[in-house]
Design a protein around this ligand. Structure first.
Ligand code: PMP
Length: 446
């Protein structure tokens, strides 16, 4: 009989043989996970792990209401969105009702975050008749050709900075913890840089692309996450997004909010990240939590922008907006409402921030606690003045945390931030367990 450890090793070997090297996995010696339940992951050796990383499983793992809804619909009908069925309109109307502004009244359903970003970029380019897209440094937006082109995190794409397609312009991430500008004036200072860089871009455009008609010069869109997710949940400086959106609109461009990771109730106080910055985007891309692991994504935009797709033909995604996908999306929203998960994110997230802040007072390795609600980042530094990233420490701490029963992983380009984005059903008890184990590791060593 094979032991659980031998079985896990065998699965790791099988995986290595058929997966590409770029498909990374968690842990040197990963547990073989067999079952998920709420905020827990159970391995074949019988051990239960507290899951602090699965933001896709927003309503918790294996939620019975979601499983039931998918099963029932699968037995009834699953086909494409060219047919009429109620769940399609139900889900689209729910999304419009949830949108941060009534102007966002049109929905396109897809299957993933990458697809939602890809489509958002395409809509912006078609609507404006321009190509240039401005993206922030250190961002992750997806794996498709277009969403990868605006992915600027060197960790996710080592060629991200060197071989960028000519339609992408990259500006500094307004990281007021370790970026070029810090402190209370950071927002205004980043905005000055932003405007200067875009002015320069427009001048080069005019000179280099003189052959293009006038309306093809200038910016099609600006895209960013309303909280810097990939950088570890860094909240944008006050007023930054309002200033950037105003600048982009003055140039005739559109503003895309990538809410795939930070939106959909996770921030607690706000359903969408843009609400935290008090802005209304022209296009929202959303996915992950929408289907709780069932592939589902959406673009929410204004009707006039969506209409520009019709100029070049139809838009159709075989499984996007299928009956099963729509029913899954509705079940997730029902559970979020009935179980008060956004409010839970606010309460438990607030508790985590308070306890993490106390830990930071005790352990100098914790340089900062980023984020809001249940989208947090614990940034580990070797020195609070130089902010030298504690990447090796972060990796070792994650391995040790797993031994203690907590799944937590590094993020950011520097791999020195513990990403904290658990299912939204996280309890205070589980939050305390995570903090106590982190305290233990930071106190006794890893
Ligand atoms: N945008 C953001 C901000 C993301 O975090 C991700 C996924 N990590 C994506 C887009 C792409 O989503 P998907 O993996 O569903 O294609």
């Amino acid at each position: 009989v094979m032991s659980a450890a031998e079985s896990a090793e065998r699965e790791a070997d099988r995986r290595e043989r058929v997966f590409a090297a770029a498909q990374e996995r968690y842990y040197e010696n990963p547990p073989q996970i067999e079952r998920g339940w709420q905020q827990f992951l159970v391995a074949t050796d019988g051990r239960c792990h507290l899951d602090m990383v699965n933001n896709v499983s927003a309503i918790g793992h294996s939620h019975p209401r979601l499983s039931r809804a998918i099963f029932d619909q699968m037995q009834l009908l699953n086909t494409n969105s060219r047919f009429l069925y109620r769940a399609l309109a139900d889900l689209s109307e729910r999304l419009v009702a949830l949108a941060p502004d009534p102007s966002l009244d049109t929905v396109l359903l897809v299957n993933s975050g990458s697809e939602a970003v890809d489509l958002a970029l395409r809509l912006a380019q078609m609507h404006t008749g321009r190509r240039t897209v401005v993206a922030l440094r250190e961002a992750y937006h997806g794996w498709t050709m277009a969403s990868d082109a605006v992915t600027t995190s060197a960790y996710d794409n080592p060629f991200a900075l060197a071989n960028r397609p000519d339609w992408v312009t990259v500006v500094d991430a307004p990281n007021s913890y370790r970026g070029r500008h810090r402190g209370a004036q950071a927002g205004a200072e980043y905005l000055v840089d932003f405007t200067q860089q875009l002015n320069a871009l427009q001048e080069t455009d005019a000179a280099q692309r003189g052959e293009l008609p006038d309306d093809a010069q200038g910016v099609a869109a600006f895209i960013c996450e309303p909280i810097l997710g990939n950088a570890g949940g860094v909240v944008l400086p006050v007023g930054y997004l309002a200033g950037v959106y105003a600048d982009i609109r003055a140039r005739g461009g559109l503003c895309i909010a990538d809410e795939v990771q930070v939106g959909y109730g996770r921030l607690g106080e706000h359903f969408w990240g843009v609400q935290q910055q008090g802005v209304v985007p022209d296009i929202i891309s959303v996915a992950k939590a929408m289907g709780n692991g069932y592939p589902l994504g959406a673009v929410i935009t204004r009707r006039e922008i969506a209409e520009s797709l019709a100029r070049e033909g139809n838009f159709f995604s075989s499984a996007g907006g299928s009956p099963v996908g729509s029913v899954a999306g509705l079940a997730v929203l029902d559970v979020m409402r009935d179980e008060g998960l956004q409010e839970n994110a606010r309460l438990v997230g607030g508790h985590l921030v308070q306890r993490l802040t106390e830990l930071a007072a005790k352990h100098p390795l914790i340089g900062a606690v980023h984020g809001l609600g249940l989208y947090l980042g614990v940034e580990l530094v070797r020195d609070r003045v130089t902010l030298e990233p504690a990447a090796a420490e972060t990796a070792a701490i994650c391995e040790r945390m797993r031994e203690l029963g907590v799944v937590v992983q590094p993020t950011s380009e520097r791999q020195n931030v513990l990403k904290v984005k658990p299912p939204l059903c996280l309890t205070i008890e589980s939050a305390d367990f995570f903090i106590d184990m982190l305290d233990e590791v930071l106190t006794r060593g890893w």
